[in-house]
Design a protein. Structure first.
Length: 327
């Protein structure tokens, strides 16, 4: 294997390199000798040496040097070894996954949902699912609109959770919950003494808002614009959970969905109902062309139960739109 000339590589030649050649190379690198590689491959030492020589001939360069009767990999062999290891690890993961799929409970239910729902609604529903189905496995991917709807239309997930009530192409929509949005305030704020807030109560107040692209931000701004009420917009952020955290730190008051507000409520952050209605909905999206997993049905049941629990946590007079939709 020494003294090999290095002719220019011929792509038609390298295309004849087979998986068997790479398997022999890996065995030699692992065992450190052709004899050890033969044992790993349940083959013979001459066969391994012949296959290894054939690989070097196809490549056009040597991979090993002989030192005191042993094979010593050169720099090219070590570089190739790094790539082979990565590829083999990927193959082993594929094999492990294929074997695991034959075991009970090995299949993961993939759920795509808005970050706000991953933070507030889904954890409680997941706990209910796991209590009733101990072998269930769940994979949760938070994503914002419109990518959420696009990925569900592409049939990439078993279940989606969003705030719109219409079904994107290729999906079926089931409304789980509709409630009114609520006000969140620092517990020490003067308006916290009022059980219900009017539009005029927000006049001149520091206000923590959702980002300008958020559809609920646009609804909220429209209501205040119609009433001629001006707030002092102090902070804006993409996340309802971040809005609540800003309010808790005393940076202003806000209007957010009741699911996130309930999850964030504390001694420092309080909820108050609004005298006006800004409906908020949670909808399950089911792909029409992706084979359904059996776990989808109990997951939907858990989501309905958690939605009902959230609705009952709100004060009785939280608004005219406190409706739970039975599926």
């Amino acid at each position: 294997m020494t003294g090999m000339t290095e002719p220019p590589q011929n792509h038609r030649t390298t295309h004849r390199i087979t998986h068997r050649h790479i398997e022999v190379f890996r065995a030699v690198m692992t065992a450190g000798s052709a004899t050890g590689a033969a044992d790993l491959l349940h083959s013979s030492q001459p066969t391994v040496s012949r296959e290894l020589a054939r690989l070097e001939s196809l490549l056009g360069y040597a991979l090993f040097e002989r030192v005191q009767g042993r094979l010593r990999p050169n720099a090219r062999a070590l570089a190739l070894w790094d790539e082979v290891q990565r590829s083999w690890q990927g193959l082993e993961r594929v094999v492990d996954r294929a074997v695991a799929l034959g075991r009970s409970g090995a299949v993961q239910l993939s759920v795509l949902c808005l970050p706000a729902l991953a933070h507030a609604l889904l954890p409680g529903a997941a706990a209910r699912l796991m209590q009733a189905h101990t072998e269930a496995r769940l994979s949760v991917t938070p994503q914002e609109s419109p990518l959420l709807e696009e990925w569900m239309s592409a049939q990439r997930f078993d279940l989606g959770l969003c705030e719109q009530t219409t079904a994107p192409p290729g999906t079926r929509a089931e409304v789980l919950l509709t409630l009114d949005e609520v006000a969140v305030l620092p517990a020490h704020h003067a308006l916290a003494r009022k059980p219900v807030l009017q539009l005029g109560d927000f006049a001149g107040e520091f206000f923590v808002s959702l980002s300008a692209e958020d559809p609920y931000r646009r609804l909220i701004d429209a209501r205040f614009a119609e009433a001629g009420v001006e707030r002092t917009l102090r902070v804006e952020t993409h996340s309802a959970a971040a809005v609540c955290a800003m309010v808790e730190q005393g940076l202003g008051i806000a209007i957010v969905n009741p699911v996130t507000a309930l999850a964030a409520a504390s001694e420092r952050l309080v909820l108050r109902r609004l005298a006006f209605s800004i409906p908020f909905s949670v909808t399950a999206l089911l792909p029409l062309y992706r084979p359904p997993l059996p776990e989808v049905v109990p997951m939907l049941e858990a989501l309905r139960a958690q939605a009902q629990a959230i609705a009952t946590q709100l004060p009785p007079a939280m608004g005219r739109c406190n409706r739970i939709y039975k599926l």
